[in-house]
Design a binder for this molecule. Structure first.
Ligand SMILES: [Zn+2]
Length: 402
């Protein structure tokens, strides 16, 4: 039984990694789900109310599958210092870098963290994002990691958005554990993870596998504990060097491996075999002025699904726009607009283990966006300054006119 029927638009369903264009489409919802979608002339007879959307295109609600959008303070000073000639070591000596965000996050109250995170999430929602992943990782002790995750969960109560939380205790080494990384991993595994799991605060577990992060043996300890607690894993991998973290992640059936600029062929093969999604983050690549591209050709050849995300964070990716990220992915990584849009819908859903969204099809959640565009690649074409999002329908309810 249809409850409501929408007409007056073209649809890009994003099914099977393609635009999946339906011209002059109709979409029927029942409750939170899509009941029917197809050409309007084939719509089954129904006396459900009809809403004419008045032109434009619809796509699935966008999904930002990798963010660090809960944090204290910002790193604006550091941005300026760097452009005045200071290098990373100098900035670190002045108390900058990730540990300055850790200090600011620890010092912030939950309501302060919530207040600043709301501004950032509102920026995403205004451009048609309906699902956002948020990681912890700036608390780096039991109390503050839990605080970050509670704030992330609270955002879902305050805004019409699905939040997926990821515990990233193994993000960086806190100053009180300097030169004792194995001891810190012990804290992550024996105290943080059990508390996070018991309080139901995380949907997945992540780590930063890098020379400046944690090694594969340490990440493996975190993954073992996470899987023992029935939590899926994902990994920041091969961003600045090839640590073969992706192969480790694949062995643990990771939902995704993220960044991947230094990923090699063996890593790509491991991902293809385990069904792990490649989450590409062109915002961080851009801000860090990196030059080495992820192995796009090998990822395509092995059919590894590629997702895209903002990596929104105060240090390496102050990128508060998923639409701009589509453009960066096309210009910097040579993704096609179709691949980019698939990466922010269908494949992003998969990177979060969400089978109920990311495409427009019967049975899926009725999360969709009406865009003021003449054709789908336009979503990746503009770089800022255009209000493309006209309306957002989430779980069958209209939530915003952008
Ligand atoms: Zn990240």
């Amino acid at each position: 039984m249809f409850e409501k029927i929408y007409t007056g638009f073209h649809a890009a369903t994003m099914s099977d990694g393609r635009y999946g264009v339906i011209e002059d489409a109709a979409l029927a919802v029942a409750g939170e789900r899509i009941e029917w979608i197809g050409p309007r002339r084939e719509l089954p007879a129904s006396d459900a109310p009809v809403v004419d959307l008045g032109g434009g295109w619809i796509t699935p609600g966008l999904i930002d599958c990798h963010t660090h959008l809960v944090f204290g303070g910002d790193r604006v000073d550091e941005f300026e210092q760097r452009l005045l000639g200071a290098d990373y070591a100098e900035i670190a000596r002045r108390g900058g870098g990730i540990l300055s965000t850790v200090r600011a996050t620890r010092a912030a109250s939950e309501s302060e963290l919530l207040g600043s995170a709301l501004k950032r999430i509102d920026g995403l929602l205004a451009e048609g994002v309906t699902t956002v992943e948020i990681k912890s990782g700036y608390g780096l002790d039991v109390e503050n990691e839990l605080k970050m995750l509670r704030v992330a969960r609270e955002l879902e109560r305050q805004r019409p958005v699905t939040i997926r939380t990821t515990f990233l205790g193994a993000h960086a080494l806190p100053p009180e554990y300097k030169d004792r990384a194995d001891d810190y991993i012990g804290l992550v595994c024996e105290q943080m993870l059990p508390a996070v799991a018991e309080q139901g605060l995380a949907d997945a577990v992540d780590a930063f596998c890098e020379t400046v992060g944690f090694n594969t043996a340490q990440v493996e300890r975190v993954f073992r504990k996470a899987r023992g607690l029935d939590l899926p894993v994902k990994l920041h991998a091969e961003q600045l060097s090839n640590q073969h973290g992706t192969e480790l992640a694949a062995r643990f059936g990771a939902l995704s491996a993220d960044h991947l600029e230094y990923l090699d062929e063996a890593g790509v093969e491991a991902m293809a075999e385990s069904g792990t999604v490649a989450v590409l983050l062109p915002g961080a690549f851009y801000i860090l002025c990196e030059t080495r591209l992820p192995p796009m050709e090998a990822l395509r050849r092995h059919g590894v699904p590629m997702a895209l995300a903002t990596d929104l964070n105060p240090g390496t990716s102050p990128v508060n726009s998923l639409l701009n990220t589509l453009n960066l992915a096309c210009t910097l990584f040579r993704m096609t607009p179709e691949e980019a849009l698939t990466g922010a819908t269908c494949h992003a859903a998969r990177a979060l283990g969400l089978a109920d969204r990311g495409v427009l099809a019967p049975g899926k959640r009725a999360d969709f966006v009406l865009w003021d565009i003449a054709q789908p690649p336009e979503l990746a074409y503009w770089l800022g300054g255009r209000r493309l999002c006209r309306k957002v329908i989430r779980a069958g309810e209209e939530i915003a006119s952008c």
